[in-house]
Design a protein around this ligand. Structure first.
Ligand code: NAD
Ligand code: UDX
Length: 489
């Protein structure tokens, strides 16, 4: 955008009284609910094209909200109907607002150019077109979705080409860094709020207006201001790729630990106390899941390739390769340990969500494990404290995971508690780090399992020594043979 365009579009909202958020998902819902709580004088309206999702956000029973996050339902209860609204009346909410957050999904493309790598921006584009056609007053449009670098330029072009005469827009990048399961705490007390804007008078003023909204509860020094492209790149590439890279690195080390007798917890701790490295995101696991890491790294690989940087693309691709290896290695360990066959054996799978404290299953390692076990002919008894049974069935009948629904229904049982899943099982496989799994009475479980009873801990939630004393055989990721059951090595 040039200075002269700025002069033509000189209008900006003077005061912020109404905010609209397009997309009532895992980001839009919690983000704008917390915003409504912290800014009771602002009216916050969250809109979505999915009427079922909106109806669920409006459920009288707060345990039926479409997103489970600790602490979220009570804030929804406090604000909903006061200054927080969920509706499918998208056009009205957009037009009344001075700030519009675009918080729609940006999945990986599944066909066409960049298929399997590039971000599918169709929902961002549809939202932008809708804003352009509806807006009758100047607005600040905020990219909240994780988008490829320079998406703001595309949005700008769509807005300029389709808006009513004399209506001005300023586009800001304000990526969301919340983690699922801790979203409310992350939003109330963020490490930073990042606002990217064009370095023009209007761009700066728009960024100031958004910053003033956040500064009602976030200390000013944690509100970082950058250029638009740096902000977009920070979120998609740098932050998520760096975090995922740490997990793949520790998981690569965990394979070496298992082969040498080292203990990955000790190694991670000893590395993490170095202040240059830090202790976070060094927890060895069966592999990372979630809607962001894989998608965003694939996108980084695509961007690097498009920029003719094949070595950079290959470097980041290895983070995904290592994650796939971690999941496959763990599944193989289960089969090998159970005397090289799990055909017709009952495996209890504890945890289906991609991490604890969320009902989200997107890219959950549990799905990959189920695929491996089913290929080997196992019967899988699944228990998760939060994921609805219908969601588990849906995930396991996705193309590429299972061939047909009847077949899958015969090879899995979805259970309502840990005991039900473990009864008559040959092995317990822990795929999610739910607190409930740290407090299992393993003496009880041992009694109801077939023998030899084996526990495979993909999340480091059990104490192998304690379980071994009870009589279990134990395999825990990243714990070497000296600490494992000697019978296997
Ligand atoms: P989601 O799929 O849970 O929610 C997106 C919502 O947008 C859906 O309910 C969908 O119906 C709605 N939508 C799509 N197109 C629409 C349109 N044209 N008009 C109105 N509504 C529309 O996705 P999410 O997990 O909330 O992620 C949203 C964005 O935030 C993504 O870009 C994601 O990468 C990013 N992000 C996600 C997380 C996370 O932890 N989930 C964290 C940070 C950033
Ligand atoms: C991530 C980013 O952390 C967040 O900043 C961004 O906004 C969205 O993507 P999320 O995917 O919700 O958040 O959860 P996160 O805590 O990052 O965990 C992702 C996956 O990595 C989970 O499967 C988790 O179990 C796994 N993980 C995490 C590990 O295996 N080891 C670790 O040390 C940390």
């Amino acid at each position: 955008m040039t200075g002269s365009t700025d002069q033509v579009n000189a209008l900006l909202p003077e005061k912020i009284t109404k905010i609209c958020c397009i997309g009532a998902g895992y980001v839009g819902g919690p983000t704008c609910t917390v915003l409504a709580q912290q800014c009771p004088d602002l009216v916050v309206t969250i809109v979505d094209v999915n009427p079922q999702r909106i109806a669920a956000w409006n459920s009288e029973n707060l345990s039926e909200l479409p997103v489970f996050e600790p602490g979220l339902s009570s804030i929804v209860g406090e604000c909903r109907g006061r200054n927080l609204f969920f509706t499918t009346e998208i056009d009205r909410a957009i037009d009344e607002a001075q700030i519009v957050f675009v918080s729609v999904n940006t999945p990986t493309k599944t066909s066409g150019i960049g298929s399997g790598f590039a971000a599918d921006l169709r929902y961002v584009e549809a939202s932008t077109r809708r804003i352009a056609s509806i807006a009758s007053t100047p607005k600040i449009i905020v990219e909240k979705s994780t988008v490829p670098c320079r998406t703001a330029a595309t949005m700008r072009a769509i807005l300029e080409a389709n808006s009513k005469p004399g209506i001005s827009f300023q586009i800001l990048s304000n990526p969301e860094f919340l983690s699922e399961g801790t979203a409310v705490q992350d939003l109330l007390n963020p490490d930073r709020v990042l606002i990217g804007s064009l370095a023009t008078e209007q761009g700066n003023r728009a960024a100031e207006l958004l910053s003033e909204v956040y500064e009602r509860w976030v200390p000013k020094d944690r509100v970082l201001r950058t250029g638009l492209w740096s902000s977009e790149l920070t979120k998609l590439k740098a932050a998520n790729a760096l975090l995922a890279q740490r997990i793949s690195s520790i998981n690569a080390i965990s394979a070496i630990c298992e082969a040498t007798g080292a203990n990955v917890d000790e190694v991670a701790h000893a590395c993490g106390v170095d202040r240059r490295i830090g202790p976070h995101f060094l927890r060895a696991s069966v592999g990372f899941g979630g809607s962001c890491f894989q998608k965003d790294i694939l996108n980084l690989v695509y961007l690097s390739g498009s920029l003719n940087l094949p070595e950079v693309a290959e470097y980041w691709r290895q983070v995904i390769v290592m994650n796939e290896f971690s999941k496959a290695r763990f599944a193989k360990k289960v089969v090998q340990t159970l005397f090289n066959t799990v055909t017709a054996k009952r495996l209890a799978l504890l945890g289906f969500a991609f991490k604890k404290d969320t009902g989200d299953t997107r890219e959950s390692p549990a799905i990959t494990l189920c695929r491996h076990f089913r290929q080997e002919g196992a019967h899988i008894a699944i228990y998760d404290p939060k994921v609805p049974h219908s969601q588990i069935l849906m995930d396991l009948t996705e193309p590429g995971v299972a061939d047909d629904r009847k077949n899958i229904e015969e090879s899995i049982t979805i259970c309502s508690n840990i005991q039900e899943a473990c009864r008559d099982a040959e092995a317990v496989v822990i795929a999610t780090d739910w607190d409930e799994f740290c407090a299992i009475d393993w003496h009880d479980i041992y009694q109801i399992m077939r023998k030899p009873a084996v526990v495979f801990d993909g999340r480091r939630v059990v104490d192998p020594r304690q379980l071994r004393e009870i009589g279990f055989r134990v395999h825990a990721v990243g714990i070497g043979p000296e600490l494992q059951d000697n019978v296997w090595v």
